[in-house]
Design a protein around this ligand. Sequence first.
Ligand SMILES: [Zn+2]
Length: 441
Amino acid sequence: MQIDTLLKARWIIPVEPDRIVLEHHALAIDGGRIVDILPISEAELKYQAASVESFDRHALIPGFVNAHTHAAMTLLRGVADDRPLMEWLLDHIWPLEQKWVGENFVRDGTDLAMAEMIRGGVTCFNDMYFFPEVTARQAARCGMRAVVGLILIDFPSAWASGPDEYLSKGLALYDELRHNPLITTAFAPHAPYSVSDEPLLKVRTLAAELDRPIHMHLHETRDEIDQGRQRYGMRPMKRLQQLDLLGPSFVAVHMTQLTDEEIGQFAESGGSVVHCPESNLKLASGFCPVAKLIKAGINVAIGTDGAASNNDLDLMGEMRAAALLAKAVSGDAAAVPAHTALRMATLNGAKALGLEAEIGSLEIGKSADVTAIRLDELETQPLYDPISNVVYAAGRHQITDVWVAGRQLLKNRELTTLNTEELFQKAAAWREKLISVQERP
Ligand SMILES: [Zn+2]
């Protein structure tokens, strides 16, 4: 049978079914989709592929899903470190954004972010930022899969004057992207402390009508809870419940402050949580009780958050941090075992975004969003269990090749759709601009 591509691999970790490692298997790809997974010897007899590639020292895994980021914020990487969330946002990040964020900032920042993510094995990212139409356009040009957040926040920005304009521009973008196979949208009200009730009620109605996820920061810090109680007389999650926002398509980012009762209620709502361990650690926001959430049946995915608060978009590092932190926080070394962490970084992310029928695991019929990671380096020897080495020992420099819908975006560590030299030049130019402002008295 004639097909487009045959990828022969030493190991394939499909993620679904759970904890399975296939040895000496091949992935058959045609029309951007996985059409077969079978032993190499059988594949060679059955398929004639236009392109055959061997990964005999590698594991093929599903592309990582970065379930929460602000891609363009790569340009603010390292600009203000070592400060608590509210001070970091109010005194540093928001003033810089007010001054600089525009189409060019988002274009260049998103390109840099996608380069980093692709080189880190990420094939899909869930974004929240201003000028989402620019993020969408750059992702489409690059060939990456993205869920672009229709940002909503009470205060004006260079993109919109207030909630009504955020929503109308967001809806126009939703319309434009509704038939795009790689780029979809989600409503993205920023956080309970930055969006008031009236626009949230509009989001609830629109998200239900258009069947889109709602992507929102929630219970990130103690401060947020205290502020919510002062302003609304209740904890932020309670307020969202009363506004009827929670439900299976609600994607809550952070969730470091949760009572057992809230965990039960959130589980009942059927929503997903995106855990961003390194952002929470760096901003001293608190600890997401991941083991408890999983035990309650909540779908937990992993995100890097923006590069300004992390400071990288390394989902492999994030996956490892999530596995380690869950053990420390729960006092249980058996919490979040390696395969669970890998699943959180792939299939659970897909599920949170409503994309689990399309991506998140290597299964026949799904899109060929694939990452190859070489495990023959010294740092991953000896190799008893490929899943253990991928999660606990390997680094993102071991990722060599990445495909989205069968199209190769990384080939032997080289980006195929982004110009590396240009990315370096633009990052340096933005640094010059931003530093000139910072140094002003
Ligand atoms: Zn965030």
